[in-house]
Ligand binder design. Structure first.
Ligand code: GDP
Ligand code: IMO
Ligand code: MG
Length: 422
């Protein structure tokens, strides 16, 4: 049996959580492979809204096994708050949420370091989520990390050594901080975490695959935030691309089946960094208001702009996307025309590929007629207006991959599959 992957193609917040939830009934297992509580994945169904940060979005559909893989970084305090809230609303997690022993722990001092490094960068700051993601992955790569499995062996010693090292760095940065509250919540989180099943998730997943079970891997962030291929240094600290699922779960590349690439009908970005199609005018404000473009967790206003096909093509290439999913179609319902960036202008020259640096590139647009129809009530692709179909055909022609799912609203039910011939 193959493993399918669903990942973001833009700068995150494409709607991954919603679609993972919709696709979960087709799989036996849902697994997160990278990132941590910097993610905020929103799901809506039966009038309820949930925002998941570390827990995979397959947790609400039946009794599916959900796995937090080795590539994830986990904050026990935030995990406890997230899991307890779900348990309070009647969702039993302990049996079916498994956590890799090899996942790295975000320590309280990682969060402080995140803030200290951002402060030191001044105007050049990344605009991180402040969850300690960068410092935790830095410790992992420099072989100084503390892992979930360490909770069971010599934990106090390992924690103390890491904390002492961090405190040295913070001293050298002259950064003032108070650890008391953070540390208290963190240790409570560690005790809570012990009630869950710590697993060798690479063995578990490969074992399930050899029994013929199917796995859906859920990406966090998006390809443009990838540590290698994103708009560096304004990126996150993990591999958000398709290959991240192999290293973040221990799945061999030849086991990968479909790669679902998800994007918004337009584009957004939170935090600092280049964004060629960003709009600073009334249209940008309109997209922000209509799309409720505010961070799921932080509430930060998302920067908004038109769809960027140069960046999307690049993401599709590095991810090996086989099926596309277009989200938030309804947000563009009222626009008379819609723009799509098909090339960049660099020093007066037009290029159609994603260059080393996108800072300062100028977008070249084509303008298409809007559909000016309420998409939120659509039940099937047969009801799509002509202009909407034309937009989809244009994207498919430009991107070379079929759009198989279209989302027309935040609810689970507002999801339409396209069965058109490829
Ligand atoms: P994720 O991080 O990729 O899971 O995405 P987020 O949850 O951060 O952001 C997506 C936002 O768009 C959430 O508030 C969703 O409820 C909402 N959403 C998802 N799909 C649609 C859609 O088709 N239409 C509208 N209007 N909202 C959507
Ligand atoms: P989901 O999974 C959007 C952004 C931050 C910042 C940069 C680095 O919900 O799509 P970090 O805290 O990771 O070191 O921040 O990455 N960022 C996200 N933007 N959606 C996310 O997750 C993000 N996770 C991180 O805003 O610019
Ligand atoms: Mg999000």
């Amino acid at each position: 049996m193959k493993v399918d992957i669903l990942l973001g193609l833009q700068w995150g917040d494409e709607g991954k959580g919603k679609v993972v939830d919709v696709l979960t009934p087709r799989y036996d297992v849902v697994a997160r492979f990278q990132g941590g509580p910097n993610a905020g994945h929103t799901l809506e169904f039966e009038g309820q809204k949930y925002v998941l940060r570390s827990i995979p979005s397959g947790i609400f559909q039946g009794d599916k096994v959900n796995i937090i893989g080795n590539g994830v970084v986990l904050d026990p305090a935030l995990f406890k708050a997230e899991a307890e809230a779900l348990e309070a609303s009647g969702h039993n997690l302990k049996e079916r949420l498994h956590i890799s022993k090899k996942a790295h722990l975000i320590l309280p001092t990682h969060r402080i370091l995140d803030a200290a490094y951002e402060a030191a960068k001044g105007d050049a700051k990344v605009g991180t989520t402040g969850k300690g993601i960068g410092p935790t992955y830095t410790d992992k790569i420099s072989r100084n990390g503390v892992r979930v499995g360490d909770i069971l062996h010599d934990f106090d010693k390992k924690y103390a050594a890491a904390k002492a090292r961090h405190e040295q760095i913070l001293k050298s940065l002259n950064y003032e901080y108070d650890l008391t509250e953070l540390e208290k919540a963190w240790f409570e989180g560690i005790e809570y975490l012990k009630q869950f099943r710590f697993v060798d998730s690479e063995h578990e997943i490969n074992g399930l695959l050899s029994e013929g079970k199917s796995v859906l891997c859920e990406g966090a962030q998006g390809t443009m935030l990838d540590i290698d291929f994103g708009s560096y240094p304004f990126v996150t600290s993990s591999n958000t691309v398709c290959a991240g699922a192999c290293t973040g779960l221990g799945i061999a590349p030849n086991k990968i089946g479909e790669v679902y690439g998800i994007f918004k009908a337009y584009c957004t970005r939170v935090g600092a960094g280049p964004f060629p199609t960003e709009l600073f005018d009334k249209t940008g404000d309109q997209i922000c208001t209509l799309g409720h473009e505010f961070g799921s967790v932080t509430g930060r206003k998302r920067r908004c702009g038109w769809i960027d096909l140069v960046a999307l093509k690049y993401a599709i290439m590095v991810d090996g996307v086989t099926k596309l999913i277009m989200m938030k179609s309804d947000v563009l319902d009222s626009f008379e025309t819609i723009k799509a960036c098909v090339a960049y202008k660099v020093n007066g020259e037009e290029i159609d590929y994603f260059p080393f640096d996108i800072e300062g590139v100028e977008p070249v647009y084509v303008e298409l007629p809007g559909w000016q129809t309420d998409m939120t009530k659509m039940q099937s692709e047969d009801e799509f207006p002509e202009e909407f179909n034309a937009y989809l055909s244009f994207l498919e022609e430009q991107l070379g991959v079929p759009v198989k799912i279209v989302s027309v609203g935040p609810d689970r039910e507002q999801t339409i599959e396209r069965y058109t011939e490829e």
